[in-house]
Design a protein around this ligand. Structure first.
Ligand SMILES: C[S@@+](CC[C@H](N)C(=O)[O-])C[C@H]1O[C@@H](n2cnc3c(N)ncnc32)[C@H](O)[C@@H]1O
Length: 233
């Protein structure tokens, strides 16, 4: 029987997509390098004049939310749909012990995004490598993401890199031509399927760039509806 090496916290080495980040450092290295994207995103957001309200969709190990929260105060709402990944992320939330972190354990569908939009307003939505995980038409998912907050940090899927829904990614190319976007960074995919390719991350100014106030925290209704698991109180 195989015997995997474990960190003292119980996390297993060489298992996770993102680094496991606890109180200022990575205790486990993930399979995909996130550091370069993190710094590019931080640079784009660092001029925020007030605490941010951030939604991180497909948060995985929470790397981006956890690191941004250490530098930019605010509410960070992470959503993770995979059962075991969400369990690991819950444990990471407890280890980091930050009251303004929120975790929803929920596999989102398009309708969930629309319901969330009716309940909460965000300053920033982070949607990295996630659109191709939805069952609904990718363009509609993308356009709905653009209505959830003022800014969207977005990484589109690349067919060559992915074995997940590769055919759909080719058949349903996203049209970003009409959006007001700025390229933040292009990073190597890190995938053996597309070793020489680079993936873009964009900062998109959203159509809902309206003058609304974001409220820190999330409402109890949102927490219940989206299956909130952290904080537990
Ligand atoms: C390819 S990973 C990207 C992780 C992270 N956004 C990044 O770029 O580093 C996709 C993540 O989204 C989660 N996920 C996939 N479909 C989801 C859904 N419908 N709702 C919530 N999370 C989902 C997966 O479990 C996984 O953790």
């Amino acid at each position: 029987m195989g015997c995997s090496a474990r960190h003292a916290t119980g996390f297993i080495y060489e298992t996770y997509y993102q680094d496991v980040w606890v109180k200022g450092g990575a205790i486990i290295k993930g399979g995909r390098d996130c550091e370069l994207r993190f710094w590019a995103i931080y640079e784009a957001l660092k001029k925020a004049k007030k605490p941010l309200k951030v939604l991180d969709i497909g948060a995985n190990m929470g790397y981006f939310s956890l690191r941004l929260l250490e530098k930019l105060p605010g509410t960070y709402v992470m959503i993770e749909g995979n059962e075991s990944t969400a369990q690991a992320l819950l444990k990471i939330c407890k280890l980091n012990n930050k009251p303004s972190l929120v975790l929803f354990k929920r596999k989102l569908c398009l309708q969930d995004l629309k319901e969330l939009r009716a309940l909460e307003k965000f300053d920033v939505v982070i949607a990295l490598s996630i659109v191709h995980h939805f069952k609904e038409p990718y363009q509609e998912v993308f356009e709905t993401l653009m209505t959830l907050g003022r800014k969207l940090v977005f990484e589109p899927p690349i067919a060559e890199e992915s074995t997940l829904n590769q055919e759909r990614i080719i058949k349903e190319p996203l049209d970003l031509s009409m959006v007001n976007k700025k390229l933040l960074i292009k990073v190597p995919t890190g995938s053996r399927y597309a070793a020489n390719m680079r993936r873009p991350t964009y900062l998109i100014e959203c159509i809902s760039n309206a003058s609304y106030d974001t409220v820190q925290g999330v409402s109890p209704d949102t927490f219940r509806l989206m299956n909130g698991v952290y904080p537990s109180q």
